[in-house]
Design a protein around this ligand. Sequence first.
Ligand SMILES: Nc1ncnc2c1ncn2[C@@H]1O[C@H](COP(=O)(O)OP(=O)(O)OP(=O)(O)O)[C@@H](O)[C@H]1O
Ligand SMILES: [Mg+2]
Length: 269
Amino acid sequence: MIAIATASQKGGVGKTTLCVNLAYCLAKRGWSVLLVDTDPQGGVGLSLSRSSRSKQGYYDFLCETKTYAQTVLRTRLPGLSLLPAGQFDACSRRGWVAARVPGRLQDLLREAELDGVDCVIFDTAAGLNGMTETVLKASDYAILPQQAEPLAVRSVPHLLETLARYRAEGASVTVAGLLLTLVMEDAAVSRKVVDELRDMLPASLLFPEDIPRRPIFLDASAHGVPVALCTRVPPPEAALFERLAAEVEERTGLRLRQTLPTPHASLLD
Ligand SMILES: Nc1ncnc2c1ncn2[C@@H]1O[C@H](COP(=O)(O)OP(=O)(O)OP(=O)(O)O)[C@@H](O)[C@H]1O
Ligand SMILES: [Mg+2]
């Protein structure tokens, strides 16, 4: 099993959008995926599941008031499970023991593995400290969505230094890639940032495709669904995330973990 966390210094860069769409596409491709919302504001659209009214989740598991089985929600898509953020306020009122979180996160990963999960995806709150730092340090890979804006050229090196420091402190988290998001295809300033970042960084560090700024993503997150479920026939933007999922499989070695024999399904009897 592998654990992937998203992270960004700034808010609103598309972490949750990435997590929901990547988790959906990986599950569609046949993996068993657990999407975990570690953002106390609970960014992940709960309408991914019918039974999502339940408010128990990640923070309740961390506080040991609820078990894995009591908090993980199965979605309508086989292979995709969701651990919503849960009751952050109630947990912090009871007294938050930060020192116990890393151990509890390991418990969560162990339980997920026993549950047959191939890939855990952690959505995180903006910023690289507190819970997000702990989650990154417990993960195998980080995907770093980065808004294509002029500030990015200065903030990316800092972000990469922070990840390098985590590794120096003993964490094994590796950058799977930087994902340029909210690219305004018609704006010269946005395209210039993309070009500068692609010149500045090794190609292996950037995902080959960027995520453009398009209204359908707003629509999808307003409804709490992956873009593929916005319309009866998936829109072209859904294919972007399908290709990203295939790229993530390569970059994380997930594809090599396929243990079942390939079923050569026939289209006809
Ligand atoms: N490619 C895109 N095009 C247009 N809108 C987008 C795109 N990606 C995300 N958005 C919109 O921008 C807003 C922020 O996106 P999202 O919630 O994914 O960011 P985030 O990084 O998770 O934010 P936060 O740091 O607050 O958790 C949402 O309303 C979302 O619909
Ligand atoms: Mg978010």
